[in-house]
Write a protein that binds this ligand. Structure first.
Ligand SMILES: [Zn+2]
Length: 169
């Protein structure tokens, strides 16, 4: 597979299906069929408003968001993929206590559902520090197909690792 194995923790049969999709060259088509369009949330200000709207709808009682921004660090995505594959000590720690949300800049070119998945993930950390049952319940409350989108996000990352983009200019 690619440099990073995004499907490390998945059952063998699922891993084989993923591998087949990748080697068949149909990965991009598969994703485009499910997620035909991108989003227009391009600036940090727009991202703040997007995150704040979600918070107002679902997590009104939690403290205000201090800051929301796009960041360059690649591990911003990897962290949010959670306990399946990646565990980071800092994740859910220092940053979260300041109620900041950082989203990887490559998500500017992602379907809105994936951007939402990461924002939802970070918002859920306002309430639950760990990736436990309550945490994922909160994620699913904000985005009912959270787990499916998270899975597809892994496929999206494979596509990016291949030097491809989902939405061509
Ligand atoms: Zn997390």
């Amino acid at each position: 597979m690619t440099k990073v194995d995004y499907f490390q923790a998945y059952p063998q049969n699922l891993r084989e299906q993923v591998q087949q999709l990748i080697t068949s060259g149909n990965l991009r088509t598969y994703l485009l069929n499910k997620y035909p369009t991108g989003h227009q949330i391009n600036t940090d200000k727009q991202l703040y408003e997007y995150a704040n709207d979600l918070k107002q709808n679902y997590m009104r009682k939690t403290p205000q968001i201090d800051k929301v921004m796009y960041g360059k660090q690649r591990d911003l995505i990897l962290n949010a993929l959670g306990t399946h594959t990646f565990v980071s000590r800092n994740h859910g720690g220092k940053l979260k206590s300041k109620h900041e949300i950082r989203i990887a800049i490559s998500l500017k070119e992602a379907p809105e559902e994936m951007l939402k998945m990461l924002v939802v993930h970070e918002l859920a950390h306002f309430k639950e520090k760990d990736h436990n049952k309550a945490f994922y319940k909160l994620c699913e409350y904000m985005q009912p197909n959270y787990h499916q989108v998270e899975f597809d996000m892994r496929l999206f990352l494979v596509l990016l690792d291949q030097g491809e983009t989902l939405f061509k200019e």
